[in-house]
Design a protein around this ligand. Sequence first.
Ligand code: SF4
Ligand code: SF4
Length: 159
Amino acid sequence: MILKNEYYKAKSLTLGVLKTFLSMSFDVVKRIYGIKKVMTIDYPTETYQYSPRLLGLPQLVLDSKGKSLCTSCMKCVEICPTNCLEVKGVEGKEPEIFNLDVGKCIFCSYCEDVCPDDAIKMSQEHILASHNEENLVLNFNELKSQGKRPEPTSSEQTR
Ligand code: SF4
Ligand code: SF4
């Protein structure tokens, strides 16, 4: 009985290994002949075009003269669930201070939703890692210089 069990164990192991080997071999052949799409890309020389629904870094929107549309109403500061926004200024005017701590932002888009002036928009920028924590706090000019929602280029791959 023990011998019979050992026989079936060895048989199923051999079959399993053989099945895996054949499946991997077919996969390699399919990729070589382009039958199966390669799912990886040569990052960072290649980048994906992500879904338009991707929410990345909030950015300040500018008017045609390059002035921010923000009127320092503080609504975004009040609604932000992670307290990553710091805005100081006189209501109705451009803020004197507008800081965003990217390390705390969860890209929830509440700030965009609540803004009465459409002055803050979610971009698709999400490659934001830094070796220095201080670099994660973006100031008014840095958020302004981002301008508007970046459009994906046609050379980027579609995922
Ligand atoms: S996206 Fe969310 S977490 Fe980030 S600044 Fe806006 S409200 Fe705060
Ligand atoms: S970004 Fe919008 S919600 Fe935030 S302070 Fe400026 S105008 Fe108000």
